[in-house]
Write a protein that binds this ligand. Sequence first.
Ligand SMILES: CC(C)(COP(=O)(O)OP(=O)(O)OC[C@H]1O[C@@H](n2cnc3c(N)ncnc32)[C@H](O)[C@@H]1OP(=O)(O)O)[C@@H](O)C(=O)NCCC(=O)NCCS
Length: 199
Amino acid sequence: MNVLPDEIATARLLLTPLQPGDAADIFRIYGDAGTWQHLPSGRFAEFSQAEQQIEKSQASFRECGLGMWAVRVGAEGATAALPAGTFIGSGGLQYLPAGAFNLGYRLAPTAWGRGFASEISREALRAGGEVAPQLAITARVLTSNPASAAVLEKVGLSLHWEGVRAGEGSAGAPDDPLRRIYADRPLNEALHNWLVRNA
Ligand SMILES: CC(C)(COP(=O)(O)OP(=O)(O)OC[C@H]1O[C@@H](n2cnc3c(N)ncnc32)[C@H](O)[C@@H]1OP(=O)(O)O)[C@@H](O)C(=O)NCCC(=O)NCCS
């Protein structure tokens, strides 16, 4: 398995594997209602959720060399409002039990609209191709979240499926929003079914 450096510098950002010391920053951003406008039920209420998120990412790095990065502003991305070193969120490739990656990102609202999610996603696609090219890169998004869908399309993922979740609970209810699955390649039936159940 190719191993990535501990810190990746993109044009404007610094990316490092999420680690326990990032828990307070992750909780701040994942506990902010502003980052859950399209899925309020996902907002973190407990600090332990941030710790679990980090543990999951660390397991993903151990399993296949990639997981979620802590994202900080680099020198070229700095502004007066967002000085170099500011923690702005997380993004990257999380290994899914179905045997593929999920591309994800969640950034502080103060960092939106500057192309940062696209920059993280391009680096994630590059890293996936280098470290685990055999694993499909997938992403799930609500159709009510056009900025996120725009990022996925901009970085070259293709729309694989659009529909209503086929899982348990509120899935399929009239107010359950339409969901999309994007991918970097055609997906086999087992993976497709898993993603639709967990969309
Ligand atoms: C989604 C999110 C990561 C985007 O981050 P970002 O750094 O602002 O994204 P980028 O600037 O790289 O790209 C956003 C694109 O969406 C477009 N966009 C923004 N709002 C839009 C809207 N309402 N309708 C259509 N397109 C929109 C932007 O114009 C931009 O495209 P462009 O570069 O072609 O102009 C950020 O808003 C976020 O963290 N949201 C909360 C968490 C979240 O929704 N995560 C994704 C869950 S699937």
